[in-house]
Every structure is written in C-alpha cells, then in structure tokens.
Design a protein around this ligand. Structure first.
Ligand code: SAH
Length: 265
C-alpha cells in the first residue's frame, strides 16, 4: 500500500484491512468503564468505518488520524452522511509524531495499522499519552498456530517478518508497562465481507488498465496471491484484537506468573 498503483487499487473501499462493525462493537463491549466524554484517538484510521462506530457508541469526539488524505476525505464524507460530522475530527498526521499532551488520552484505537510501527514501538510511543488507567486497543496480524504451514510462513516472512503469536505480543505489552485486559481473533468473515470481496471486485474492474500500467498489474497480481494464501491457509493466521490498559492509580502491574512486583509500584 505504498506506491500510486497500490493506492489506486485500494481507493474507495469500505475498509483497508480485515474488520467489521460487529467486531469493533465487541471490542468496545470489553473495555473497562471510560470517563464521561472520553478523549479518543483512532490511529491509522483509513476510511474509518470503525471511527463511526466509536463516535456513535461512545457518544464522544473521536480524532481520526492518518497520513493518507484521500482516506480522511472519505471518512469525513461518511461522517457527514451519518450525522456524525461534529463528532469526528480528521487529522493528517503520522501516528509516530502525535502532538497531544502527556496523560491526556482516554482511549487509543488502532485497527490494522499498528504494523507500520511494530507493536513494541507503538506501545512505547503511545503510553505516555494515555492517562493512568487509559486503554489502547488494536488489531494485528497474528499467528494462530505454533507451527504455521510453510507457504504462509514464507509469505509473511517477506511482507511482515515481525508477525508473531498472541502470547509474544502480550509479553511485549507487559514489558512495555501495560496490563492485558482481553484478546479475541476476528472471525473469518471479517476478512471477506468488507475487505477481500470488495477488493477482488475492484481488481476485476481494474485488470484491463493493467496492460498500460505495469505497476497496477503487479499490485493486482500480488494482491490476488495474498487473497489465495488466505483462502488456503487462513486458519493459521488472523487478525487479533488486543485490549490493554496503562495501569492506573492504585493498580499494580502483575507479571505473567500473576505475581505482583516487589518494592514500590
Ligand atoms: N484502520 C483502517 C485502515 C487500515 S490500513 C481500516 O481498518 O480500514 C492502514 C492505514 O494506516 C492506512 O490508512 C495508512 O494510510 C495508515 N498509515 C500508515 N502509516 C501511518 C502512519 N505513520 N501514521 C498514520 N497512519 C498511517
């Protein structure tokens, strides 16, 4: 999703990664109570289907942040159409250059975009922004089996070698000073209904243009391979929702064995 051909292939789609309103709502249902009118950042929001769910369900203002302005325009238009124009603010900004005050954010949301920073780096950068007790929720491509089949392992080694298991991501989260609240894997239909199915339809429509635009033809071919891999080996990997909390006042970090740390807290 970096060059002009890839952006063109991916433009106008409902989502830019696996997900669904149902899964966003499910994750929201697993959050601890938030303060009234929480301050929420939605990072790497893309066209922001989930942003609308957040704004509606939390009845609060959500700042939706992405570095690709056309996605932000698509989201702003969708927010207007949904009567949520005042609830959704869009900002063209990198999620590793956030300029919010320390301990000012109640909830950081990030669907399908953490991999641009890597889980450890993202959690390290974002923690100071969260108020104590604040929550970070993200989805991340994750191995769902300890022994992934070779074709899936080979493909992921090329596109995202940092992919790992739930356990390893949670170990990273704890190391970065978070408490783990919950995780769940997105159902397989979250890959199809609003992502691969519309993407495949767009690929079919754009294929004729590929004869005059080799980069587009290549982007279509690579995406088709990606989708076929998921069709065949999608049991071995998936997107997982991670719900973590920056420990609050009076809350002590508990290590993996469940033992509270010694000394101060
Ligand atoms: N959350 C959306 C989009 C996921 S695709 C959805 O689920 O539909 C990943 C998004 O991250 C893209 O919109 C891309 O433009 C954005 N992105 C990539 N690097 C970024 C960065 N450094 N800061 C903010 N957004 C970034």
């Amino acid at each position: 999703m970096f060059d002009a051909a890839s952006f063109y292939l991916h433009s106008g789609l409902p989502r830019q990664g696996p997900g669904s309103d149902a899964s966003t709502s499910k994750a929201l249902g697993l959050l601890p109570p938030l303060p009234p009118q929480p301050f929420v950042l939605d990072l790497g929001c893309g066209p922001g289907k989930h942003t609308l769910v957040l704004a509606r369900r939390l009845r609060t203002r959500v700042v939706a942040i992405d570095i690709h302005q056309p996605f932000l325009d698509q989201l702003a238009q969708a927010a207007r159409a949904a009567g949520l124009a005042t609830a959704v603010e869009t900002r063209c900004l990198s999620m590793d250059a956030l300029d919010y005050a320390e301990e000012s954010v109640d909830l950081i949301w990030c669907e399908g975009a953490v991999y641009f920073l890597g889980v450890g780096r993202a959690l390290r950068l974002w923690r100071p922004l969260l108020r104590p007790g604040g929550v970070v929720t993200f989805t991340e491509a994750t191995w769902l089996t300890p022994q992934p089949p070779a074709p899936a392992a080979d493909w992921w080694r090329t596109v995202y070698p940092a992919i790992t298991t739930v356990e390893e991501n949670l170990a990273t989260a704890r190391r970065e000073g978070y408490q783990v609240l919950d995780t769940f894997a997105l159902p397989s239909q979250d890959w199809w209904t609003e992502y691969y199915t519309p993407l495949r339809a767009r690929m079919a429509a754009l294929r004729p243009q590929g004869s005059a635009w080799p980069e587009l033809a290549q982007a279509i071919e690579e995406t088709e391979q990606e989708i076929r891999l998921y069709e065949e080996f999608g049991d071995s990997y998936g997107y997982v929702f991670y719900i973590l909390r920056r420990p609050g006042l009076g809350l002590r970090l508990v290590d993996e064995a469940g033992t509270p740390p010694q000394g101060g807290g």
